[in-house]
Design a protein. Structure first.
Length: 246
């Protein structure tokens, strides 16, 4: 699964853009998050040209991850003459239903009717794309004010883990423990070390990974959602990759 990143910055690191990614397969666009800078970047890159269907997974509703979701929905309705397909989790946890309703509320606030978008259950996307056979939402801990998710993709090359914004290593470690074949791991982390931070400190991530770390695994870990230049230096010291932007 060849993800292209239109940005790799944390919310306040605007020079790096929102950490959102995509791939195109035929005339279908698949997006991971759609932050406040995402729609204009997709337009500038010509990504939407020739697209007939747009699918998106939304990890949480912070602005840098969902801020231009409404613009994308209206573009789908009035320009592409289709509905934006917002993939949502199968209801497994008490938080899932309120989260789905929060997306509906957000789209309403953005002026989107049901002519602009539709919810598609994650299991309905199984086998739709060649790049992955399935994508699954997994609850993670981020901001206590909102519900946040990480994503696991099953691909022909192996499992792909995408942390989105998180403050814990639980989802990552569960992924590593349940996948014999791993393609890539996309992680966010910060070099800040403050109490109750809603983002994962990179040294805590390194500590958690230490028992499972091999050169092969290290080569498959790519960092994103960069807070600033100082965390880039720490990532290089740890020997991890950093996502490149288009």
């Amino acid at each position: 699964m060849d993800l292209k990143f239109i940005g790799r910055g944390a919310a306040f690191n605007t020079k790096e853009g929102n950490t959102n990614a995509y791939f195109i397969e035929g005339d279908r666009l698949f997006l991971i998050d759609c932050g406040e800078m995402a729609f204009s970047k997709l337009q500038a890159l010509g990504v939407l040209a020739g697209v007939k269907e747009v699918y998106v997974v939304v990890s949480h509703t912070h602005c840098d991850h969902a801020g231009s979701l409404g613009s994308l929905g209206l573009y789908c309705q009035f320009i592409l003459r289709t509905k934006l397909k917002i993939i949502v989790p199968t209801v497994k946890n008490p938080e899932d239903v309120p989260y789905i309703e929060s997306l509906r509320t957000l789209m309403t606030i953005f002026g989107n009717t049901e002519n602009a978008y539709e919810f598609v259950n994650e299991e309905e996307v199984d086998g739709v794309f060649e790049a992955f056979s399935s994508v699954r939402y997994e609850l993670t801990k981020h901001d206590h004010m909102i519900t946040g998710y990480s994503f696991t993709f099953e691909t022909p090359e192996g499992g792909v883990f995408y942390s989105a914004d998180t403050s814990v290593t639980d989802n990552l470690m569960n992924f590593l423990n349940t996948h014999d074949v791993i393609d890539k791991v996309y992680m966010e982390a910060t070099d800040l070390d403050v109490p109750d931070d809603i983002h994962l400190n990179i040294d805590r991530m390194i500590e958690a990974l230490a028992p499972a770390m091999t050169d092969e695994l290290r080569s498959k870990i790519y960092m994103m959602h960069l807070r600033g230049d100082s965390v880039i230096d720490r990532i290089h010291e740890a020997g991890f990759g950093i996502v490149e932007t288009v």
